[in-house]
Design a protein around this ligand. Sequence first.
Ligand code: ATP
Ligand code: MG
Length: 331
Amino acid sequence: MITAVVYSESGGTYKTTMTANIAVALERMGQRTLVVDLDPQEGNLTSLFDAGERRSDPDADNLVKHILDMPEGEFDELIETTAEGVDIVPSHDMLGDFTSNLEQKISYETGMKNMSREEYPRFELLYELLWEKAELHEKYDAVLIDPNARAEDLLYNAIFALRTLVAPVKPAGKGNLSLEGLEDLVGNMERQLDIEIGLSCVIPSGVGQTNAHQQYQQQFEETEAFATPVAIGNRESLMDAMWEARGSAFKVVEERWKTFERDGEMVSEAGQRRVRDREIETLRRLYELAQFIATDTFDADVHPVLELNIQDDGTNVIDLRDGEKAPVKTT
Ligand SMILES: Nc1ncnc2c1ncn2[C@@H]1O[C@H](COP(=O)(O)OP(=O)(O)OP(=O)(O)O)[C@@H](O)[C@H]1O
Ligand SMILES: [Mg+2]
């Protein structure tokens, strides 16, 4: 079973786009993949994948009701299947009030059972839901979580449930700081919860061509402290188009989504994007990253060949067993 929380202490480090791309890559490798969105804010994984139609409806059954053990339906009914085959448990606005709802539950239950608040297993609720109640291991090969780093209760629940982190970092003075934060967080949680937490890898992302950026990347690649299987370049145009394509970077390239100006207005359409070698290379790296997580961290067997069926441009076959060789084009 592949389980990972895509974690970064700082905001805007490409967690959500990274989660979507890893999830779709795993799905394309033959892994039945579920993503759980714990971020109630705009621009979350749920909106990226065009899911969660009832995320603002307080009457709708939702993930928070299930985590707090007050479901109004089956857990399976929360799950939606996206256009690219990845399943998602969508976000809900109620995630924004998670801690206050949890505090109420704790007051009620500790009062009933004459137990102290400190004894209450507040970080173990998601674990119980995903593995003991929903038995996700019966239905999926991979589960990824896009957490809300600012909401400690939800983040700790996510880490307690999945135990492994994947950490995208951005090249800035802050990149290093957030890694120190990561080590502190892991150490604290391991002690507090008496569990082991693994760091699968760190992914330098948004790396540009400037000297400072290149040096930063090199610094990451040379360290022994953690694995950096790939670095992802500055790919704003490709990743931003994901929000229009409502899916992964693989979908953007295959359907050739592009945002451009027409008659003074910005529009986004499929069938418009030029196929660029550097973007194909980025897809290869994302696929390689998913392969690293699956095989190096979790010992899973995955399909190492990525076939891109690009609209009006034939098929690109990328075989990860070929090392650094250029993709084969078989139009
Ligand atoms: N490699 C990249 N290079 C440049 N821009 C990128 C890259 N990856 C993603 N982006 C863009 O950066 C923006 C922020 O990405 P994203 O929403 O994934 O970050 P996040 O860490 O989830 O943010 P938040 O902390 O708000 O949840 C998006 O507009 C996205 O398209
Ligand atoms: Mg996000």
